[in-house]
Design a protein around this ligand. Structure first.
Ligand code: ACO
Length: 335
């Protein structure tokens, strides 16, 4: 049977207009632009307006990805939305996107894998295509983390931002597309990054609201150590699975959480800064949106060329990680 390769045939991203700088945050908590920049690499982030939800950002990114792919929404077979900030517990954010796009024949579901969600979504979508069940899959990573951040906690509120990125997956020429992938989970250490209340363990009560249990709780140091470890190890494993060595890697799209984490991974992989695209200075950590927004920008800026070996990698809540190595199937985009 002929092998089916899966590649990206459309990309799009969207971030809200409102910019919140480090100086703005230093008016809310005891911090400084200098501390945030040196410890994280983040200078500013985008924050959605009060009446804007995750699906609103997801729909905008999806429309751009569809336009880029040349497909109509009603040609889509499946929509996957990776998010830690769904509009509601149900219906899924993917179903809201489906409704708004008019993607009448698409199946739709959400994935909850924190910052690793977009890559989990790509692997899931690609497997639906290689199995022959579907042909055209839209994968979106979208977040409004500003809604679940405790704006009085300087350990977390400086880190996150809102945004959305999307890609269309279809079969492609067999020498291109996804070459190898890895999905990982370390549930034993999941409590170092958690939004405790609002689910069935601690349903919303006046007490949970008073105790701010509906906001992100994170042991930054533990997440940091985990991130550095998996970024290196998973990158090496996925390259090996693809039969490649690190010197054959042309471009690296890491989850944009902290510049020190990215630098540590790039050092281990012996990659120069010219082989990556960094946007955390502008957007902070957009969780599941981080990788697709960086990928869209890098491609739009002509940094990724047809035939390049590109590695996508992320880590996040779960704890989880995910990586993909692909041979870029698209010609340079007209800009
Ligand atoms: N401004 C000023 N001081 C601060 C701030 C701040 N915003 N935040 C913490 N500090 C203080 C701490 O209170 C501490 O003070 P102390 O020594 O008096 O106790 C000091 O700075 C050092 O704090 P550390 O936690 O040791 O700082 P560290 O260098 O580890 O940086 C950070 C903290 C940026 C959170 C880092 O650990 C990190 O990036 N971790 C990874 C987080 C991450 O990537 N999360 C991604 C997953 S998110 C998802 O999936 C949704």
């Amino acid at each position: 049977m002929k092998k089916i390769s899966v590649g990206i045939t459309g990309l799009g991203s969207y971030v809200p207009e409102r910019v919140v700088t480090n100086d703005d945050i230093s008016k809310l908590v005891e911090t400084s632009d200098e501390w945030i920049v040196t410890r994280t690499g983040i200078k500013e982030r985008r924050v959605a307006d009060e009446n804007v939800a995750t699906s609103d950002l997801a729909i905008k990114a999806a429309e751009l990805a569809l336009e880029d792919s040349g497909l109509d929404a009603d040609e889509l077979d499946l929509i996957i939305v990776a998010t830690a900030t769904p509009d509601h517990a149900f219906p899924s954010t993917a179903a809201l996107v489906q409704k708004n796009l008019g993607a009448s024949k698409a199946a739709a579901f959400d994935l909850s894998v924190g910052c690793s969600g977009f890559i989990y979504g790509m692997v899931t979508g690609a497997n639906f295509i290689t199995s022959g069940m579907y042909k055209k899959v839209l994968v979106i990573g979208a977040e409004t983390l500003s809604k679940i951040v405790d704006w009085t906690d300087r350990n977390t509120c400086v880190l996150f931002g809102d945004g959305a990125g999307a890609c269309v997956l279809e079969s492609c020429d067999e020498s291109f597309g996804i070459l190898a992938s890895e999905l990982g989970s370390d549930g034993l250490n999941g409590d170092v990054l958690i939004l405790p209340a609002g689910g069935s363990r601690y349903p919303a009560t006046a007490e949970t609201v008073k105790n701010k249990l509906h906001t992100i709780k994170m042991d930054g140091k533990e997440v940091f150590k985990f991130a550095v470890r998996v970024m290196e190890k998973s990158s090496m494993r996925v390259l090996e699975e693809a039969g490649l060595t690190q010197d054959q890697l042309d471009f690296f799209i890491p989850h944009q959480a902290n510049m020190r984490i990215v630098d540590a991974a790039m050092k281990k992989l012996q990659l120069g800064r010219e082989k990556t695209h960094i946007n955390m200075d502008k957007y902070g950590n957009m969780s599941a949106a981080s990788v697709p927004v960086a990928l869209d920008e890098a491609f739009r800026e002509g940094k990724i060329k047809q035939g390049d070996v590109v590695l996508l990698i992320a880590f996040g809540a779960g704890l989880s990680w995910a990586s993909i190595v692909m041979r870029w199937n698209r010609r340079d985009r007209d800009v």
